[in-house]
Design a binder for this molecule. Structure first.
Ligand code: HEM
Length: 428
């Protein structure tokens, strides 16, 4: 593996990355040495040889800190499905990591890092707020938004697929979903990146301070938005924020603290992940010109293509759970109080579930990937993300079928969120 580990590693050219190590000894050594806190050279550019090496050695791998990394599909699904044995509650892990600040308050109040009964109650209200009507309403404005971005790209004559398209779509879509006034959206993306950046396995003091300030600024802004919406509610069938404020009809409501932190979470959950779906998808098509040609010939394959991009280069590569009692995972006895990392990106390349897993097949069916997780915490915004991916990727490709890399694509260099910071392209 040739690249040095760096916060930002460059991918030169567009040659397809080798999915496996050259020889068995190298693979065995990589599996043996694997440590999430000290990721091997080349991992950020191409984690798949490491994932295959780990899985070949067994679906569950013990980490030097006593935790386990799951690389087998069946083991990951089993853990996702059993929320009783495998907890999402992060208080124990985040207390020493963040201390008592706002990052701790935020991450331990958002539904994704909670167990029943809080999770069940909050999820019901949030899932109920994403009404079929509110999703249906998105098709036309997202199409118009994407077409406007494509007009600007055409006028410019070249593009950065991230800045000019992939990052511009989600912020607008979630902004629309919550009806955040357009002129107030500018800081949302930076807040979101700072808060999510603080979830990386290791954290610098600077990242932490940045994250703390982002939560404070974000919550202060949202308080004003919520107060305004309370004074002038929107149509609860269409406006997700009004629905979140009002809670279930005649039933439960979120407390002020739950409301603010979960709105932050929704805004964050849909940003970088969806940016990465669009960026990774368009990049994968450059690596696989035959699949690009196939999608151009058969644009109706866009739905299965989006599922395949989600599987092939999952925007969110890692999930976490904590065992609450002694359990067995893939036949291995694991004591209570053990941290598990669910290798979403690894599971999505497991040949036991996906034939020829390192091949991009835009018509792959079935494709039960774990990009959105699974079980009680499965992504609430999955249909929003699919819609954005379908429209952004489909319309870009139809309009600029000959797009090609014009310089180095720059990867984000993070283990959990896999994507690019920039992908410069020419249009013809
Ligand atoms: C390609 C884009 C996306 C990906 C890859 C993604 C991935 C995920 C994953 C893996 C989980 C499960 C976490 C766990 O079980 O620990 C999750 C949960 C969640 N996602 Fe997404 N997501 C995406 C887009 C979105 C969007 C657009 C929204 C909102 C508009 C959203 C809202 C949520 C929420 C609220 C949860 C928490 C559900 C719960 O804990 O019950 N996501 N997402």
């Amino acid at each position: 593996m040739e690249h040095a580990v760096a916060q930002t590693s460059k991918v030169a050219g567009i040659s397809r990355a080798p999915p496996r190590f050259g020889d068995r000894a190298q693979a065995l050594a990589a599996a043996k040495a694997f440590d999430l806190r000290k990721l091997p050279a080349g991992y950020y550019a191409n984690p798949y040889p490491t994932y295959h090496a780990l899985r070949d050695a067994g679906p569950v791998h013990r980490l030097p800190d006593g935790g386990y990394f799951l690389s087998g599909y069946a083991a990951c699904v089993a853990v996702y499905k059993d929320a009783r044995a495998f907890s999402s509650d992060k208080k124990r892990e985040f207390a020493p990591k963040y201390g008592e600040g706002l990052l701790f308050e935020h991450h331990t109040t958002s539904l994704v890092f909670n167990d029943p009964p809080l999770h069940t109650r909050v999820r019901k209200i949030i899932a109920g707020a994403f009404t079929p009507r509110s999703i249906l309403d998105m098709e036309q404005p997202v199409t118009a938004l994407v077409d406007g971005l494509l007009d600007a790209i055409e006028a410019k004559g070249s593009a950065d697929l991230i800045a000019d398209l992939a990052a511009a779509v989600p912020i607008e879509v979630i902004g629309n979903l919550l009806a955040v006034p357009r002129e107030e959206r500018e800081p949302l993306r930076a807040w979101s990146l700072a808060i999510l950046g603080a979830l990386e396995p290791t954290l610098t003091a600077e990242q932490q301070a940045h994250g703390e300030k982002a939560v404070a600024d974000f919550a202060a802004y949202l308080k004003t938005l919520v107060d305004r919406r309370r004074a002038r509610p929107g149509d609860p069938e269409r406006d997700v924020l009004t629905r979140l404020i009002q809670g279930e009809q005649g039933g439960e409501r979120l407390s002020e603290r739950e409301l603010l932190h979960n709105i932050i979470f929704i805004l964050n959950a849909g940003h970088e992940t969806t940016t990465n779906l669009v960026g990774n998808g368009l990049y994968a098509l450059l690596e696989w010109p035959e699949e690009k040609a196939r999608l151009l010939r058969q644009p109706e394959l866009i739905r299965t293509a989006v599922e395949e991009f989600l599987r092939f280069e999952s925007p969110n590569q890692l999930g976490n759970r904590l065992t609450v009692a002694p359990v067995a995972v893939a036949g291995l006895a694991i004591p209570a109080g053990t941290y598990l990392t669910i290798g979403i990106g690894a599971a999505n390349r497991d040949p036991e579930e996906f034939p020829d897993p390192d091949r991009l097949d835009i018509a792959r069916d079935p494709n039960r990937h774990l990009a959105f997780g699974s079980g009680p915490h499965v992504c609430i915004g999955l249909n929003v993300a699919r819609l954005e991916g379908r429209i952004a990727i489909g319309r870009f490709l139809a309009r600029f079928p000959r797009y090609a890399l014009s310089g180095d694509a720059v990867r984000g260099g993070r283990a959990r969120f896999r994507g690019f910071l920039s992908i410069p392209v020419t249009l013809d």
